[in-house]
Structure formats: structure tokens, C-alpha cells
Design a protein around this ligand. Structure first.
Ligand code: FES
Length: 653
């Protein structure tokens, strides 16, 4: 053929096209990922490309400046109005004139990659369920009387190949005025799920809608609720925010909330109402923080443990209070946000809840599996997601096991005398000098250590508010290493330890980290009660991990991943000194940050990931800690720091 050769980068896709073919058309025919919201009308600018002229021996093309058409009036108008970056053309306007290599920049790709922070993590590929489509709808006509919705549907079919649409009554009431206001040109946001249902019209705007679409990824924990507001076109996180779960007033941990529901008729509904209101408040505050209208939030993905799952959905969790721990459903759910009284987002926003695994192993664990992919690991990897309930996964390509362990809220700073949520003012890092036994610490919001020059005096006197989860983990581990604690967790007296910082407190002792009278600010100590709370939490965590190792028939693991809402900050070394996790070479222990939250983001940005996790959870074997007698034995043995019997050879090095 003598037609010019067109090569697209970075995909490398190529083909011959007749002179005059628009670049967007060529891209479509070759299956090149080039975005378009306006369908080639030259108004959305999503289709920008960069022609590369010069020698391309690799591609066998010699392109010239004349290989694309001159600017046309549409491009000129666009450039005059908003400006095109230098060297950029609109792919729907520029036509092929000769051999050419065309680069599609990342922002013009629908399925662009969103890079995650952790170096080992795979990128998130954008493929959202809700997308924007600009359409030109035929005007009504006396002679062919069809409804406006039917004409919108036909326009979507002809211009975008979309088969069938549905619209609910609240959308119907906007349809007619918006079509007329836009002079029959409108943008619709269509939600198309991964399960073959008809596309649903979520929103309609007159003309071209240019203010984007947003989604929320929410990790609904027993103690904290964390949300990420995400741009559904770019995948960028616009704001992250969190608050305490207001259900705490009904019970600190899951089982006490289940019993609240058992003892109080209507108690489950009270808790449902409380958590939904908190999510509504969080939705409003996070949109304000990001400076967007909350009406633009069209999708929300939830990950949570089974009790939170039921209470969010308004289902009584009573069956989760006793064996066999039957869930109302373990399947994923897709439903309108309005059905859950989530009123502070778009009225037609869609909610997706990840599937639960079984019993007390929930959607949060599924989200960790989606984020960390234990089933794709050649090495045997142990993943612990630390929270009020720890989600634990152990596996590799041949098999994945999962359990949930009731650690209690100590790792999140609750039930600790000076404990608090990770927020500015919280001590998050602590070191204790093994010789002088003097502490130094760092506070969230300050870069400096307390003994460094430049440590903010204001913080020292009035800005310190308490210790967060990662801080208390480090404090206990450092106390053990400095000899202030014995193996059983008992704090020694000033005489025994040789430091006046070990002060009497009732019949026990406490370690003084920050003294109010001498140093200003609050008095912050680690008490014997705090040590006991951390011991209980870490024993539960360790026992859960050991139970999975027994089940897998192994004594060691190749790799450990520590995750949690504050997982990025847990020091892996301190976690091991404490015996939170089994012994492993320290360079094989990594932090994954909030893996459950990341799993929620992946499911928010990519509909394929929803099918994937629904398949993966069916292959995960659940181990129920509550009915396993060996759990109790492991729990008792793990009470010592780091452990009563299990060796920690890596630690002694
Ligand atoms: Fe919208 Fe080209 S496709 S401007």
C-alpha cells in the first residue's frame, strides 16, 4: 500500500491510513488509548497528541513537518480561547498527510497509570466505572414523536456505541431543562458497572462539563474512618482526611458493638445512623478541603470489616457474635449511595463495597489482598494490617490463607493513658538511650527530635498532645531494649533501672517521657497498664500470624509486610523487637502504608480490579481465630517480649 504509515508511541501500534484521516480515527481503529469526551468535535481537548518529526529508524518512518494537516479553524479557535501547549495538536482535528510518529502523552490516555508510592507496588491503571460523554441530541419533532430520554439514548448509541441506558426519576426531572439549556448539546456522566448491567445516567450538564468527576475511597475502621478524595479522570488523590468512628461510644471494639446490638433493641440502627452521619460529615469536609463541589462525587468505594460492613448497610451484626459467624452476604455490593442515606454527595452516586472473605475476615482484608497481591508472590509473604482488628494474610502463588485477629484499639493509640489518634501534636517516634535511659522523641508536625537544636519550644510546652500508635510501639520496644522492662513486661523501679524517670504509680511503675512541671506541656508517661494493653494487642497479632503459619505448616516466612492506617510509620525494627511479627531478616520486612485504603482506591479507579478481587477472595482460605484452640496457646506464649519460646535469631544480630 502507498498510504502513509502512522506509528503511535508509547504503544508502538501502527497502520497505514489514507491521506486526510483524522489522528483520532486512526487511533480508534488501531485500539490506541486516546481520550475524547466530545467525540471529536474539537471542544474537550482531551485528545491532545504530539507529532514527532525527524528520523525514526526504530519505527522505519521518516516524517516531515508536512506529515500532518495545517491547523484548522477549530484548533485555532481552541488555541485562541484556552491555549494549546507548544507542539501539541488536537488529535480529532489534525489529519494524516504523510508518514508520521505520534506520541500520546499520559494525560491524553484514558487508561493512564497512577504510580503508587511504595517502590514495589504495581501502578493503578485508570479504568473507572463512571465516565463523561459529550453528545449532540436530536431536537424533538412533531412528526417523529419520541421522548427526550429515548433521543439521548439514540445519540449515545450512535456517537459512543453505548447500548442502553437507564435513568432514575430524579435525573428525569433534570433531563428536559438541561437539554434545552444546552441547546441539545449535553455532557452525561454514565456509570457502567463490571457486571453487564445497563449504563446508568448519574448526572447531566448543559454543554461541555469541564469540572471533572470525583470518587471517594473509604477505609471504614472500628476506630478511625479514613477517606481519599480521588480525581476519577487522572487518579490523583486530591485530599485525604479522617475522623474517629463515632460508634466508639457504643463499644470500643467489634464484639462490644455486637453485644450492644444484642442487649439494646434498635441498637444496631443507632450505630448505623451514627456511622452514616460521620461519613456525610467527612464527605463535606473533604470536598471543602479539596475545593470541589460535593455534587461531583459520583462514586464511593468502601472497605471495612464484617461488623462495620453490616452496620454500614443497616444489617444487624448479631449473627457475627457467635459461631458459625454467618454473614448476611459475603458478595460485593453495588448500590445507590442514597439507599444508604449518604446524602452529601451526588444524589445519584454509586457505592461499591468490596466482597468479604468469610466470618470475621472482611472486605478490608480483601482490599489488602488487592493492594499487596500475596497470591502473585513467589516468596511466602506474611501481610499484617494493623488496626483495632488485625487482618492477616499468608501465602504465595500456590495458596493464600487469611484470618482476622482482635488486637483491640491499643495500636491506634486508644486504651493508652496518654494515647491519641495520629494527628499533629502526637509523639510518633521515640528513642531511649540505653546508657542514660533518657528519651528523645519526635512529634507529628515537627521535623526535629526533642533534643535537637531547633526543636520547637512551642511544641514542647503546649503543642504535645499525646502518643499515637506508632509512638507507643516504639516506646515499649525501646524500654525493653534499654532494660526498663523485663521479658514479662514489668516496668522496673528507679532503683532497679537506675533512672529517676521510672516513677512510682500506684503499686506499679511508669516511665516518664515528658514531664509537665519541668518541661512544660502535659505529663506523658508509659504506664504498666499501657504495657499490658500493648502486650495483649501484640500477642493477638502474633498468635494470628502463627496460626496461619501452623495451617501452612511452616516455621518461618520469607517476607513480612506491615500495613495499617498508620502502617507507613510503624518502624519495622521496633515491631520485631516487640514481637508483633515473627522473626525475619529485617531487610525482608517492609511497610505498605494503608494497604486497605489503597485497595479501596484501586477498586475505585479500575472496574477490572473489582472482578479480580471478587475472583481472588473465592480462592482465599479463611481461618477463624475465635474457635481455634491453638490460638489461645499462641496468645499466651506471645505475651512475653519478644516471645516466650519462639526464637528471634535475626533480632539478636
Ligand atoms: Fe474533544 Fe478532540 S476529542 S477536542
Amino acid at each position: 500500500t502507498t498510504d502513509p504509515l502512522v506509528v503511535f508511541t508509547p504503544s508502538g501500534k501502527r497502520g497505514h491510513f489514507p491521506v486526510g484521516t483524522p489522528v483520532l480515527t486512526a487511533a480508534r481503529q488501531l485500539g490506541v488509548d486516546l481520550d475524547s469526551v466530545c467525540g471529536g468535535r474539537g471542544i474537550c481537548s482531551k485528545c491532545q497528541i504530539t507529532p514527532s518529526y525527524g528520523e525514526f529508524p526504530k519505527h522505519g518512518v521518516t516524517a516531515s513537518e508536512n506529515a500532518l494537516s495545517e491547523w484548522n479553524a477549530v484548533e485555532q479557535r481552541y488555541d485562541d480561547k484556552r491555549g494549546l501547549k507548544s507542539g501539541r495538536r488536537l488529535g480529532c482535528q489534525a489529519t494524516v498527510q504523510g508518514d508520521i510518529v505520534i506520541d500520546v502523552p499520559p494525560e491524553s490516555q484514558v487508561h493512564r497509570q497512577v504510580v503508587r508510592k511504595a517502590a514495589t507496588a504495581r501502578a493503578i491503571t485508570m479504568d473507572p466505572a463512571t465516565r463523561l460523554y459529550f453528545v449532540v441530541v436530536e431536537e424533538p419533532d412533531m412528526h417523529s414523536p419520541t421522548g427526550d430520554l429515548e433521543r439521548l439514548e439514540r445519540a449515545l448509541r450512535e456517537q459512543w456505541n453505548i447500548d442502553a441506558i437507564t435513568a432514575d426519576l430524579s435525573l428525569m426531572s433534570k433531563l428536559q431543562p438541561v437539554l434545552r439549556k444546552g441547546k441539545w448539546e449535553v455532557t452525561v456522566a454514565l456509570h457502567k458497572g463490571h457486571k453487564d448491567e445497563a449504563a446508568r445516567v448519574v448526572e447531566i450538564w448543559p454543554g461541555l462539563h469541564e469540572h471533572g468527576l470525583y470518587g471517594l475511597a473509604i477505609d471504614l475502621g472500628s476506630t478511625t474512618i479514613a477517606a481519599h478524595l480521588t480525581d476519577m479522570e487522572t487518579g490523583e488523590v486530591k485530599a485525604s482526611s479522617g475522623l474517629m468512628n463515632p460508634q466508639i461510644r457504643f463499644g470500643e471494639d467489634l464484639m462490644s458493638r455486637v453485644s450492644y446490638s444484642m442487649m439494646n433493641p434498635g441498637g444496631d440502627q443507632e450505630m448505623t445512623k451514627a456511622v452514616r452521619e460521620a461519613i456525610n460529615d467527612l464527605t463535606t469536609s473533604i470536598s471543602e478541603e479539596a475545593g470541589i463541589s460535593s455534587e461531583l462525587i459520583v462514586e464511593t468505594v468502601f472497605v471495612c470489616n464484617p461488623v462495620m460492613h453490616h452496620l454500614l448497610l443497616g444489617l444487624d451484626p448479631v449473627e457475627l457474635g457467635q459461631a458459625p459467624f454467618a454473614l448476611a452476604t459475603s458478595e460485593s455490593m453495588s448500590l445507590p449511595a442514597r439507599e444508604m442515606d449518604l446524602t452529601n454527595m451526588n444524589p445519584r452516586a454509586q457505592v461499591y463495597i468490596l466482597p468479604c472473605i468469610a466470618g470475621h475476615v472482611g472486605a478490608d482484608c480483601a482490599a489488602v489482598a488487592l493492594s499487596e497481591e500475596p497470591g502473585k508472590s513467589e516468596d511466602l509473604v506474611l501481610i499484617v494490617d494493623v488496626g483495632t482488628n488485625a487482618e492477616i494474610l499468608l501465602g504465595n502463588t500456590s495458596r493464600v490463607l487469611a484470618c482476622s485477629s482482635p488486637t483491640g484499639p491499643a495500636f491506634e493509640g486508644a486504651q493508652i493513658s496518654s494515647g491519641q489518634r495520629a494527628a499533629p501534636g502526637a509523639i510518633e517516634r521515640i528513642e531511649i538511650d540505653p546508657v542514660t535511659k533518657e528519651p528523645r522523641f519526635r512529634v507529628i508536625g515537627s521535623e526535629k527530635w526533642s533534643d535537637q537544636e531547633g526543636f520547637d519550644q512551642e511544641i514542647a510546652t503546649s503543642g504535645i498532645t499525646g502518643i499515637c500508635g506508632s509512638g507507643i510501639i516504639e516506646a515499649v520496644a525501646e524500654m525493653r531494649v534499654a532494660g526498663l522492662l523485663d521479658e514479662s513486661g514489668l516496668i522496673g523501679s528507679a532503683d532497679q533501672t537506675g533512672t529517676p524517670r521510672c516513677v512510682p504509680e500506684g503499686r506499679t511503675h511508669a516511665y516518664l517521657i515528658h514531664d509537665a512541671s519541668a518541661e512544660g506541656g502535659p505529663r506523658i508517661t508509659v504506664t504498666q497498664g499501657d504495657i499490658r494493653a500493648i502486650q495483649l494487642a501484640k500477642s493477638a497479632l502474633y498468635a494470628g500470624a502463627r496460626l496461619l503459619m501452623d495451617e501452612m505448616n511452616v516455621d518461618t516466612v520469607d517476607r513480612v509486610v506491615l500495613a495499617g492506617a498508620f502502617g507507613a510509620h510503624i518502624s519495622t525494627k521496633h515491631a520485631m523487637v516487640l514481637g508483633m511479627i515473627p522473626d525475619a531478616p529485617l531487610n525482608k520486612v517492609s511497610s505498605a502504608g494503608n494497604a486497605a485504603g489503597t485497595g479501596a482506591r484501586i477498586a475505585l479507579c479500575n472496574i477490572g480490579a473489582r472482578s479480580e478481587i471478587e475472583r481472588v477472595v473465592r480462592e482465599i482460605t479463611k481461618v477463624e481465630t475465635a474457635i481455634e484452640p491453638k490460638f489461645q496457646d499462641h496468645f499466651v506464649a506471645a505475651n512475653a517480649i519478644p516471645h516466650k519460646t519462639d526464637p528471634f535469631p535475626e533480632l539478636s544480630q
